[in-house]
Unconditional design. Sequence first.
Length: 294
Amino acid sequence: MSLILAVSPHLDDAALSASGQLRGFVSRGDTVEVVTLFAGVPQPPYSAPAVFMHELWGLTEDPVERRRAEDRCAHRQLGTRVEHADFLDELYRRAPDGDWLVRDDWKRAEDTGGDEQELRAALTAHVYGLLTSRRPDLVVTCAAVGRHVDHRRTRDAVLAAAPVAGVPVRFWEDLPYAEWTSRFPPLPQWAAVGPSAVEPVDDQAWEIKLSAVQCYASQHRMLWPEDGQDWRAVMDAHAKSVGREYGDGRHDRRGERFWDVLVDPSRLAANAAPPHGFEADLYDPILRPSLRRS
Ligand SMILES: [Zn+2]
């Protein structure tokens, strides 16, 4: 029996992207703990983009407490343990100049070079504390496909902490972003990923995954914004397209995509900090060859 730690950026990411496999771990008797980093409860006043999102979500009162409740609902379906850290979502963070990180015109402070060094150090320390106190056999987190800044911060914190704590890392493919892009930010010099691995999701696990995703009802309009869009069909189509790569000839298998992270210890010692700066990877057309999809 193993302990698996999943580190999720937001309150729906682990369920959207990896809950088929997380449920698979639970089914075989492993313990799965899902820690969401950017689950901090913000205090008003809120920025205009935050107010807009609260209205879109239908959560104008206590939005994050109510999203935490949705998350507890989802993890009850999955049989996974749940923990919420107190880091604030980018919507609620400030840039060094005191303005919102996501400004009222929706431009992000990264455009002007903010790199949130203190936040990154605090996230790494938090993840390192989780890894050394819980001692999981594996830590699973996002690859940051789609390059949402909170996803990148999460991934890089896990990447910085896990090799030092001696815990192997696996990335999940971020959904729904992976439905339209395969790009994710470059990795530190000392880390690479191998070819993607597709984990099959059987019918029972798939139904449980859908019931978990159903719990995040406030997020559905944001995640699947087109009128009349059937989110179950969208998720099903992606899972089947990934499952076709499974290679057993059964074309209706569903799957989730992961990458195991390879660490070069000699380079890690020389350069322990993940790279930062947001501009370079915005225009990195190919990433490194090892990061391409198999
Ligand atoms: Zn997210």
